[in-house]
Design a protein. Structure first.
Length: 269
């Protein structure tokens, strides 16, 4: 039986990263939980990213696939002022070989504006996907303590849209029971898609990613989200948006509402 296409493979055939760790410190992060589980990091060291030796040859993807592919960058860390120059260099490297790049970030306006200028020659080959799981800064600060606030993310989206780039938004995971608040605010500036998804494997990931009272509080809130997004409410959400041309569904929702998974990596657009 073929492997079900989930996670980053729903969006891209390959992914590239240049740091080990991410300063955002998201409590639900799959990459952090995996690194901690396999002793590559601790919850403390993960938020102090280390540079990876990056000698990635974009031509390897051409050799493997026979043609340019969609590459997700990054998938296990974010784009910050500390790694911005290196991110720009890697993006130009990938784009220079003809690959399409999906840039996924919890965006800061300063970083996004710099990349918009740096990558102008490759505009047609770039799709931006900004992660905005809630419009409530209290919620964002709890789950993503060092990521940019809502207004900054919205402003970054506005810059990309106004400058004529292809734009999309990810609400995976949806961090409060009211995704409509984000959908309504971002819709006028989205040209491609708005993705909705649930918090996956919350209990296990939270237990690895934090400790103490905040960890206890995160478990309580995660159970609240699980209750709020029960199968009945997910079906209702799907009913509201199933005919909306901008809304897309991550695998966590597809399984509930009966949408078949993509046949191969990178085919969900």
């Amino acid at each position: 039986m073929p492997k079900r296409i989930t996670g980053t493979l729903e969006w891209a055939a390959a992914n590239v990263n240049i740091d080990l760790g991410c300063r955002n410190g998201c409590l639900y992060c799959y990459a952090s939980a995996m690194a901690i589980q396999y002793k590559r990091a601790t919850s403390d060291t993960w938020t102090k990213p280390a540079h990876k030796d990056f000698h990635y040859d974009a031509n390897k993807l051409l050799d493997r696939c026979g043609c340019p592919v969609r590459v997700m960058f990054p998938s296990t860390h974010d784009i910050t002022l500390e790694n911005l120059d290196r991110c720009a260099a890697v993006l130009k490297h990938l784009l220079g070989f003809g690959h399409e790049v999906l840039i996924v970030t919890k965006p800061s306006t300063e970083c996004v504006v710099a990349l918009l200028e740096s990558l102008q020659d490759y505009k047609a080959a770039v799709l931006w996907r900004f992660t905005i799981g809630s419009a409530d800064d209290r919620v964002l600060r709890f789950w993503e303590p060092h990521a940019p606030p809502f207004a900054d993310r919205l402003n970054a989206l506005r810059h990309a849209y106004t400058d004529g780039w292809r734009t999309s938004v990810s609400m995976e995971p949806m961090l409060d029971p009211f995704p409509q608040a984000v959908i309504d605010r971002v819709r006028p500036m989205v040209t491609d898609s708005i993705w909705l998804g649930l918090m996956n494997n919350a209990a296990a990931r939270i237990s690895l990613n934090c400790e103490g009272k905040k960890c206890d509080a995160a478990h309580v809130l995660a159970r609240g989200l699980e209750t709020a997004f029960n199968p009945h409410s997910v079906m209702k959400l799907y009913g509201w948006y199933k005919n909306d041309p901008l809304i897309r569904w991550k695998d966590s929702i597809k399984k509930i509402v009966g949408i078949p998974a993509a046949a191969q990596a990178g085919m969900d657009e």
